[in-house]
Design a binder for this molecule. Sequence first.
Ligand SMILES: *[C@@H]1O[C@H](CO)[C@@H](O)[C@H](O)[C@H]1NC(C)=O
Ligand SMILES: *[C@@H]1O[C@H](CO)[C@@H](O)[C@H](O)[C@H]1NC(C)=O
Ligand SMILES: *[C@@H]1O[C@H](CO)[C@@H](O)[C@H](O)[C@H]1NC(C)=O
Ligand SMILES: *[C@@H]1O[C@H](CO)[C@@H](O)[C@H](O)[C@H]1NC(C)=O
Ligand SMILES: *[C@@H]1O[C@H](CO)[C@@H](O)[C@H](O)[C@H]1NC(C)=O
Length: 188
Amino acid sequence: MAKSRRPWIICCAVTAILLIIIIVTAITLYFTLFKPKQPKITTQSVTLESFSTNLFDIYDTNVTLGITVGINNPNYGGFKYENSTSYVTYHGDVVAVAPVMADTIPARGQHSVGTTVLVIGKSLISNPNFSKDRGTNILNFTSTTTLKGKIIVLKLFKKKATTYSSCDVSLHILEKNATSVCRSKVKF
Ligand SMILES: *[C@@H]1O[C@H](CO)[C@@H](O)[C@H](O)[C@H]1NC(C)=O
Ligand SMILES: *[C@@H]1O[C@H](CO)[C@@H](O)[C@H](O)[C@H]1NC(C)=O
Ligand SMILES: *[C@@H]1O[C@H](CO)[C@@H](O)[C@H](O)[C@H]1NC(C)=O
Ligand SMILES: *[C@@H]1O[C@H](CO)[C@@H](O)[C@H](O)[C@H]1NC(C)=O
Ligand SMILES: *[C@@H]1O[C@H](CO)[C@@H](O)[C@H](O)[C@H]1NC(C)=O
């Protein structure tokens, strides 16, 4: 009787040990390798893409700004972000918006999120600061891009993450170029 039960006991013990090993490995992997980590904003810039002025009306000036945000995803899983919008404000007023298409930054990958926005000069005239700024030939804008998304590791571990990027842009009208100073934040 006892003899015939032995293989069964051994089999059970082996199965139990294997299960424990698998569970411990899975837990260890979750807390080490696959633990969702914050995405990082690596580069940010705002460049002047085009500048057009109507010779007969200095207020009819259009400016296209290129906004680029570089994001590094350190995870063993993609960072999937939703459709979003980049905003350009002038002394607190939103003067231009541009869509940012939903996308996924691959596992352990680097990705540039870019969009261009058109600022129509005429939309600035109603702002009380415009005539003074026009006199100094410098227009200051702020551009912001927020990406809301999820980190998905092995389709199993999910964690929400939001990246915030904001740049102060000074547009030099006479030189027809722009300088920018950027800040970023990631909420996890
Ligand atoms: C600026 O853009 C507006 C709207 O697209 C257009 O009507 C106007 O002619 C443009 N002005 C210049 C100087 O490009
Ligand atoms: C994102 O934008 C694209 C293009 O505008 C649209 O086709 C898609 O349905 C949008 N996705 C969501 C989740 O809103
Ligand atoms: C912009 O205009 C407002 C109201 O006229 C004024 O309070 C503010 O100081 C101005 N900002 C700058 C940077 O000139
Ligand atoms: C525009 O921004 C620059 C740099 O931040 C600052 O030195 C300058 O005073 C600002 N000009 C106006 C008109 O707000
Ligand atoms: C802007 O243009 C002027 C004249 O072309 C140049 O001297 C200056 O260095 C430029 N600034 C930037 C930030 O490119």
